[in-house]
Design a protein around this ligand. Sequence first.
Ligand code: ATP
Ligand code: ZN
Length: 300
Amino acid sequence: METTEQRIQIAVQKTGRLTDHSIDLLERCGLKLTRSKDQLICYGENMPIDLLLVRDDDIPGLVSEDVCDLGIVGLNVVEEKRLTRESEGRPAQFKRIYELDFGHCRLSIAGPEETPYEGPGSLENTRIATSYIGILNQYLKSNDIDAEAVFFSGAVEIAPKLGRAEYICDIVSTGSTLKANGLVEQEVLLDSEAVVIQTQKPLAAEKQALVDKILQRLDGVLQVRESKYIMLHAPKAALGAIRDLLPGTEAPTILALDGSDDKVAVHVVCRENVFWETLENLKAAGASSLLVLPVEKMLA
Ligand code: ATP
Ligand code: ZN
């Protein structure tokens, strides 16, 4: 077995919202994993890649300090750690390299329903409870707002009820937690999703080649998630109109149909979801024998 130095270490959230998606994505890249007895490491059986299962807040630090080569973590956490480290005079040693299209959420400022809000100026001279001090302070500074960021490590949404702050700044996805606490979202500071970060230290050529391979496979996995293979018959005269209706496609393959001079078969990969409406519109444009198939793997 290779020594740790030759294996790639990827930091992944141990238990939480990102865990299943992160592991599932890596498995779909062809990685076969076995969990250690203490559940702290997943060993790659068929590739020299191991996952370190940790708290999401520790992931930027582990990558920055070179304990891990890569990490999968929310952009909200990445940005907060980057700003905190910068303010402490030790800039982050990681680069954000890839967006993964899961873990979507936003970091927003919200206030009580009964508080009149007339734009960012309403935040002037207020207290804002948050665990995202770095991002909030950056927002306040760049908008020239004089307000106090009050640190809350959890249950930020109850701060206004406790009289500890006038507003909160926290992660929102559906908005149901805010609603349940009588709060209204007012400003979006950051749109977030899970991202891959990589250490800024140059990797040995072999390791970098493996990282590139994994990223290329990730790209393929993300693309096929929505992609469909469409087959249909089309009158030659309607080809232009039909092509215009196909969402997110490259050049289609046009095949002759046995015994038909005016119709052809069209095969095409659509990189977006194909809805019933699209099929109905294609049919209305003259297409027939429509077939939509899932795409299993793709390598551009
Ligand atoms: P840990 O124990 O690892 O510190 P945590 O409680 O900080 O876990 P989770 O609640 O599992 O973290 O959220 C992990 C990430 O999921 C967030 O940092 C954010 O990027 C993303 N996320 C997506 N939707 C939401 C949401 N509704 N609330 C909180 N985080 C969300
Ligand atoms: Zn966390």
